[in-house]
Design a protein around this ligand. Structure first.
Ligand code: FAD
Ligand code: UDP
Length: 393
């Protein structure tokens, strides 16, 4: 094929993550449209991609992905392509030389005061320390209004400063507000009713979805710039960063990034840590340990084997170091704060003027969304697209 030869498809989809692949499946299977999905990476799955590393451990390349949802529609949809392994995601926080039960719950309070307590006693204590802020406006206020300053500083302030390179007071309340605070003994990290991992992993889920979608072609290691030269199409679904699509014409949206440091262990190395991990085949006691102190540069260490339940002697841990987007070129997190929301709104206005283009997903709509929210967004947008005359079968 010559470099300038063009090819035709009904829909060109940029990004092979949850947003792009769910949309491809729907457009192809329900409307019979041909779809080409391009991704600049060398694999499908977007940030949810998982793979077996050199130690044979199933790991998540872009940080831990804990599936959770309250949406029956989303769970039913994905269940066509995977069985689930129920998991109660558990996390602890390591600071001041000890592991703390986290998210904050009755056990955390008992650790703080060094003796047993009841929920009523904890609630009375919280009442005495929480700050009187009826409508929290930012991530500092959302925590201090619930648990007061001591616990905010112990568990949230340093972690958030490291993760976002901003003070919690600059960030939307939804950022720290993601983390539940409880006065009972429920130690699960997440709130949603359904908490589970795809039994064989995310990549297998995506492979099954693609296999069930005959009219879709996947082209990896191809970015939007090359794809727009190669393909003619009736409609474009864009799941990359919205500001990049518009050549940053209104300025750059801020993103926060990460660097991942993987380390694998087996045999004696793990047996020697058994007093810490409680198991000869694990490195740490929980799936995830958060490090809120500014004394260490990383924010968390994840040992995903706790959640996948993989039966293997070796294990792999991943330390997460917050990083500037400019250093990694990986826009992992949109930054929820007033100024970035305002800039996004301006891009959104431009997006609405684009003909036959849909912006979708975490980057396309600049939203700090979980996987299930992105799947729900794709299913909803598909219903809108069904009404578009130029896509009518
Ligand atoms: P992505 O998965 O980011 O996919 C977008 C794709 O577009 C990428 O593959 C990218 O390479 C491609 N792309 C971008 N620009 C271009 C271009 N110009 N040309 C070609 N291709 C392009 N969610 C949860 O529910 N639970 C969790 O525990 C969880 N943990 C997370 C941990 C981390 C560290 C991160 C970063 C995210 C986490 N998420 C979690 C969020 C989850 O990753 C997203 O909700 C989901 O992956 C979004 O899917 P998407 O398709 O919108 O975007
Ligand atoms: N957070 C914190 N301390 C913790 C855990 C979380 O301060 O121990 C804050 C931090 O700002 C983080 C946000 O809460 O970015 C959301 O936490 P979550 O674990 O949901 O982050 P994600 O998994 O999305 O990176």
């Amino acid at each position: 094929m010559s470099a300038c030869e063009t090819h035709t498809t009904d829909v060109l989809i940029v990004g092979a993550g949850f947003a792009g692949l769910v949309m491809a499946e729907r457009l192809s299977n329900e409307l019979g449209l041909s779809c080409v999905v391009v991704d600049k990476r060398d694999h499908i799955g977007g940030n949810a991609y998982d793979y077996y590393d050199h130690a044979g451990v199933l790991v998540h390349k872009y940080g831990p992905h804990y599936f959770r949802s309250n949406s029956k529609k989303v769970i039913d949809y994905l269940s066509q392509y995977t069985e689930w392994r129920p998991v109660e995601y558990r996390v602890s926080s390591y600071t001041e030389g000890q592991y703390w039960s986290f998210p904050i719950n009755l056990t955390t309070y008992e650790q703080l005061i060094g003796k047993p307590a009841t929920s009523a006693e904890f609630e009375a204590w919280l009442e005495s320390v929480r700050e009187d802020i009826p409508t929290p406006q930012n991530s500092e206020e959302v925590i201090t209004s619930q648990v007061g300053r001591e616990l905010y500083e112990k568990f949230f302030k340093g972690y958030t400063q490291k993760q976002w390179k901003r003070d919690p007071s600059e960030l939307d309340s939804s950022v720290c507000g993601r983390v539940p605070i409880r006065t009972n003994r429920d130690e699960r990290y997440l709130r949603e009713e359904f908490q589970a991992m795809p039994k064989e992993g995310y990549t297998v889920l995506f492979e099954k979805l693609i296999k069930a979608t005959p009219n879709v072609e996947i082209e990896l290691e191809q970015d939007w710039e090359a794809a727009r030269e190669k393909w003619t199409y009736k409609h474009l679904i864009f799941t990359g960063p919205i500001d990049a699509y518009f050549n940053y014409s209104l300025g750059k949206l801020p993103y926060r990034s990460l660097k991942f440091e993987h380390e694998s262990f087996q045999g004696n190395e793990l047996e020697e840590r058994e007093s810490v991990s409680g198991s000869p085949t694990h490195w740490q006691p929980e799936m995830q340990v958060n490090y809120p102190s500014l004394d260490v540069d990383f924010t968390r260490i994840v040992e995903i084997k706790h959640a996948t339940g993989q039966k293997i002697e070796a294990t792999t841990i991943v330390r997460e170091y917050p990083a500037d987007y400019e250093d990694t070129a990986e826009p992992y997190y949109p930054v929820p704060m007033a100024s970035s929301k305002a800039l996004y709104k301006q891009y959104e206005a431009l997006a609405q003027k684009e003909e036959n283009v849909t912006f979708l997903g975490r980057l396309g709509t600049y939203r700090y969304y979980n996987m299930d929210q992105v799947v729900a967004m794709a299913l909803k947008q598909f219903e809108n697209l069904k009404k578009e005359a130029h896509l009518a079968p």
